[in-house]
Ligand binder design. Structure first.
Ligand code: CA2
Length: 154
């Protein structure tokens, strides 16, 4: 299984600021945790982070044919980006949406996601572990032929 791991704007700052919301691990720490878990499950990961919406859409377009699924923390683009929504839908690959923080315990504008209804499922609030739970959910979804979640995007 090949999985594209997408991180949106400002997540390059993880571990350096706002630990109350986002924990103390850096993005590199999270990628290392994911790699170890993926390796144990025979999965291959491709990582991408950008602060630029257009670059993210380009990456999804360019990578879609080479992955089976996505693990997505779109950060602020979660709440704003029709372009990313359309790119993920257009990739025809299932995805799990993850968030470090519990977005529903925060400002109202973070309660809306333009991605969630296309996702197999959403995991929020477990800091770095959200990514690990998301990866496990995705691998289980793929291994069981899509029996978990709605699988609307794939
Ligand atoms: O909780 C999450 O994972 C979020 O996707 C993080 C986004 C936020 O806009 C979403 O509502 C929820 C923000 C990522 C910003 O990351 C920073 C990390 C350290 C310092 C500053 C920003």
């Amino acid at each position: 299984m090949r999985i594209g791991v997408l991180n949106g704007p400002n997540l390059n700052l993880l571990g350096h600021r706002e630990p109350l919301h986002y924990g103390t691990r850096t993005l590199a720490d999270i990628e290392a945790l994911l790699l170890a878990r993926a390796e144990a499950n025979g999965a291959e990961l491709t990582f991408f982070q950008s602060n630029d919406e257009g670059e993210i859409v380009d990456w999804v377009q360019a990578t879609g044919d080479r992955v089976d699924a996505w693990l997505v923390n779109a950060a602020a683009l979660t709440h704003t980006s029709v372009a990313l929504r359309d790119a993920l839908a257009g990739s025809d690959r299932p995805f799990v949406e993850v968030h470090l923080s519990n977005v529903f315990a925060r400002e109202p504008f973070r309660h809306t996601s333009l991605l969630s209804d296309l996702a197999i499922g959403v995991i929020a609030g477990f800091r770095a572990s959200s990514y690990l739970f998301g990866l496990e959910a995705l691998l289980r979804h793929l291994a069981t032929g899509g029996e978990t979640g709605t699988g609307k995007a794939g």
